[in-house]
Design a binder for this molecule. Structure first.
Ligand SMILES: N[C@@H](CCC(=O)N[C@@H](CS)C(=O)NCC(=O)O)C(=O)O
Length: 196
């Protein structure tokens, strides 16, 4: 399997899950500013949207979208419990978190990084802080799904990494959560391999 990634991007989520599941995966670095792969290939020739993550399986079938790629990788090693099993109610609760983080958290960062309109930035920050506050209130155990680390935690962790990079003040409970996830050996390896 090949995973196209960019250092510190949302592709870090499936990268972490692949390491947590101890999967054999080839990492291929993409500069998402120039859309060049590390060997110089134009990334738009590989994928029309030019987005990471992109997972290419050994039979050349492809998967994209953080949530989907992370769940696929988790499902390759069900015993690692990185995603609840298909057909269970907790599977949907986990997907609920993945979707919430994708649409309400992940996508808030684009205007924060790209926009120069102060009203847009201020409104986006307020909305992001409201959503992080909600997650903080809902977080009753060590992880989003309770006592078990899952792909949703990896996703939240990566968005908190961005929040810290932008020097946003995050709820104290999420600071503790961030440190808990950062201390995981697989997470440390993924961060170090990406040069973070
Ligand atoms: N909907 C996609 C979004 C992925 C995405 O935003 N990827 C960013 C890196 S975090 C990217 O590749 N940006 C390059 C670009 O916008 O051209 C997903 O959930 O996987």
């Amino acid at each position: 399997m090949k995973l196209y990634y960019t250092p510190g991007g949302c592709s870090l989520v499936p990268h972490i899950i692949a390491r947590e599941a101890d999967l054999d995966i080839e990492l291929i670095k993409v500069d998402v500013k120039t859309h060049r792969v590390e060997d110089g290939t134009d990334y738009f020739r590989i994928t029309k949207l030019g987005l990471v993550p992109l997972l290419i399986l050994d039979d050349e079938s492809r998967l994209s979208e953080v949530q989907v790629v992370a769940q696929y990788l988790a499902d390759q090693r069900p015993q690692s419990e990185l995603a609840p099993l298909e057909g269970t109610f907790t599977r949907y609760q986990h997907q609920q978190w993945l979707s919430f983080i994708s649409t309400e958290i992940h996508k808030s960062f684009r205007p924060l990084i790209r926009s120069s309109d102060t009203a847009t930035i201020s409104e986006t920050k307020d909305r992001l802080m409201n959503r992080l506050g909600y997650i903080s209130d809902m977080l009753k155990s060590d992880y989003l799904m309770g006592e078990t680390f899952s792909a949703a935690d990896a996703y939240l962790f990566v968005t908190l990494l961005w929040a810290k990079h932008l020097q946003l003040s995050i709820p104290s409970k999420l600071e503790v959560f961030f440190e808990r996830i950062a201390a995981r050996p697989a997470v440390q390896t993924a961060l170090s391999v990406e040069g973070l």
